[in-house]
Design a binder for this molecule. Structure first.
Ligand code: F6R
Length: 609
């Protein structure tokens, strides 16, 4: 996600800002920029792409000054571009702002400002803040009062760093629902969205709380609440290493991302529910269009394709239309039968996977319109697709995909629910029930993550196995593929995902005493059949670990090894049941002494065939 850094002191700001931004690179970004106060003016340099692009621009346009703010942007509103990068200037250039978060009411604010004659240079939600502050400063002479009056008009989340030419001796900072810290130096101070940005310079920081604002001078810092009352803060001494801090105190990015899933799920679901209904109008999916869909084709690679497998079951069940799914590397070469009337869906976290992109292009060549589900704004797939639904998982750094999978599953679930309502294949009461439960999933995900000791225990018990099997039926069978892949890629334990009923047609020959079989047990309609399959492997000496509902006693009589999730609707279970599977893979890798963030032979973004 976006990163903020700011410096005020006696040294040249640019070098310090660039160093700070470099330390925020791990958050993921697609453009960057810096603004520096010089005399009575603010100079800004920004560039699409990595920090090296910005660095090159700064070589030809050097900035001089000892007060500045910088930003790495992970696009939300508007493509990654020079114009959309932060910092943003107000109309007259007297205000510069960097912002993390989303200003939800930016559209009406933008309209109001446009009517007053403000001309916007970018498509961002952030630019409204710069103009709005300039407008407020026409009547409010106190900068702190003006910032307060301006943020009061904002709905949504923000961490803000602000420069103003009329107040060149300070940086203004404010936060709500997006972190911001102040680093305390000797004769200088810093602001940053994340501690690592200031760690080369100081370990003494103030952590701003919700609704707090600050004036950061070179020699002191003033903090206020939203009523303008001064706030006394204790200095927080940072004791972690830079590396650990970047991972937010988690041992690995993968673990951090597993724990980020509640937030990621919320961010993916919430903005799409309006007046008690799923609203996918952002992707121009009209009700009429969805009513007319006769077939859905999904293509993707790896984990994204396994999310697609879950989507297939849901769309067929709820919308009563056939769904074809194929991995993109096969799809593109098999001369697929496509109809321009098909709803063609590609799923890709990175939006850059070569095979998925080729499949998208093939679909275009056959006259199909393409809907992309992706996590990266401005990625090639997002740009080339006809419509896009973003998973708001935030940057996924760990090679093994976790929060991207859960949010892809949720996005496909929302498409299925919405299309079913449009088609009239789902009773409105059942729709309401599923929608309510969908919104409870983030809390339930967090409940699972609140105690991971059983997973750690079982990983410690089973990590030395060389082969494992994942079995399940229906949606559980789709989920098994992802659970098995996660284990393979980071723990290097060979594993196979099997539709449970298929076992006895061959693979059961591999079951021998002591072999671990993980059974996914969330699908009530086939649970009795699954129990029979579990008995089949138990009688051949296998050890069975189940992942099922906490209130389901049925598995207890079969095995003592159980991982549980809170009860949910069976149709929504994959987004929860995957979490113990991710954790199991993670802790098996740890037990085997491997670094889960750096699995051998794998790259995060597969942009080659
Ligand atoms: C596995 C994993 C990969 C990706 C696959 C597609 O954990 O991450 O299997 O899912 O390479 O990548 P995207 O989603 O970026 O197209």
């Amino acid at each position: 996600m976006c990163g903020i850094v700011g410096y005020i002191g006696k040294d040249q700001a640019v070098g310090i800002l660039m160093e700070g931004l470099k330390r925020l690179e791990y958050r993921g970004y697609d453009s960057a920029g810096v603004a520096v106060l010089r005399g009575g003016e603010i100079d800004v340099v920004k560039a699409r792409g990595k920090l090296d692009c910005l660095r090159r621009k700064l070589e030809s346009t050097p900035l001089s000054g000892s007060v500045g703010i910088g930003h790495t942007r992970w696009a939300t509103h508007g493509e990654p571009s020079d114009e959309n990068s932060h910092p943003h200037l107000s109309q007259s250039g007297e205000v510069a702002v960097v912002h993390n978060g989303i200003i939800e009411n930016y559209a009406p604010l933008r309209e109001k400002l446009t009517a007053k004659g403000y001309r916007f240079q970018s498509e961002t939600d952030t630019e409204v803040f710069a103009h709005l502050l300039e407008e407020t400063l026409k009547t409010e002479r106190d900068i702190l009062g003006a910032v307060r009056a301006t943020v009061r008009q904002l709905e949504g989340a923000y961490a803000l760093g602000v420069l103003c030419t009329r107040f060149p001796d300070r940086i203004l900072a404010a936060r709500k629902d997006s972190p911001l810290i102040i680093g305390l130096g000797e004769g200088c101070n810093y602001i940053a969205s994340d501690i690592p940005a200031v760690l080369p310079y100081t370990r003494r920081v103030y952590l701003l709380e919700e609704g707090e604002m600050a004036q950061v001078f070179a020699d002191h810092v003033e903090i206020y609440d939203m009523e303008g009352e001064p706030v006394h803060k204790e200095v927080f001494e940072v004791t972690w290493s830079v590396d650990a801090a970047e991972r937010g105190g988690y041992a690995h990015f993968m673990l951090k991302e597993i724990y980020d899933q509640g937030r990621a799920m919320r961010d993916t679901i919430r903005p799409r529910i309006k007046d008690g209904r799923i609203d996918l109008s952002e992707a121009n999916l009209t009700d009429e269009m969805l009513r007319g869909v006769r077939r859905v084709v999904i293509t993707a690679c790896g984990t994204a394709s396994y999310a697609g497998q879950v989507g297939r079951v849901l769309i067929e069940k709820l919308c009563r239309v056939p769904v074809e799914i194929d991995v993109a590397s096969e799809f593109r070469y098999r001369d697929p039968v496509l109809d321009p009337e098909d709803l063609f869906v590609v799923v890709s976290q990175s939006g850059e996977t070569a095979d998925t992109l080729a499949a998208l292009r093939l679909a275009h060549a056959r006259g199909c319109k393409v809907l992309a589900i992706t996590n990266v704004v401005g990625s090639t797939i997002a740009r080339e697709a006809d419509s896009v639904l973003y998973t708001w998982a935030g940057p996924e750094i760990a090679v093994a995909s976790t929060k991207a999978y859960t949010t892809q599953v949720l996005m496909l679930t929302m498409i299925a629910l919405h299309m079913a309502l449009c088609k009239g294949t789902l009773e409105p009461a059942r729709y309401d029930e599923l929608l309510k439960e969908l919104q409870r999933l983030p809390d339930k995900a967090e409940e699972i993550l609140s105690d991971v000791t059983p997973v750690q225990r079982y990983a410690a018990r089973f990590f030395s196995q060389e082969d494992m099997f994942f079995i399940g039926r229906g949606l559980d069978s789709a989920l098994c593929m992802e659970a098995s892949l996660k284990l393979k890629e980071i723990s290097y334990i060979h594993s196979e995902a099997m539709a449970a009923g298929e076992l006895k047609h061959g693979t059961i020959a591999l079951i021998e005493p002591g072999r671990l079989v993980v059974a996914l047990c969330t699908q009530g309609s086939t649970i009795e059949k699954l129990r029979s399959n579990i008995r089949e492997v138990l009688t051949r000496g296998a050890v069975v670990l189940t992942i099922g509902y906490e209130d389901s006693d049925a598995e207890k009589e079969l095995t003592e090894y159980r991982l549980t999730i809170p009860r949910t609707d069976d149709l929504l279970a994959p987004a929860l049941a995957v979490i113990p599977a991710q954790l199991f893979a993670y802790y098996c890798a740890i037990q085997r002494g491997y670094d889960p963030d750096k699995p051998r032979n794998l790259a995060k973004s597969v942009t080659v065939e």
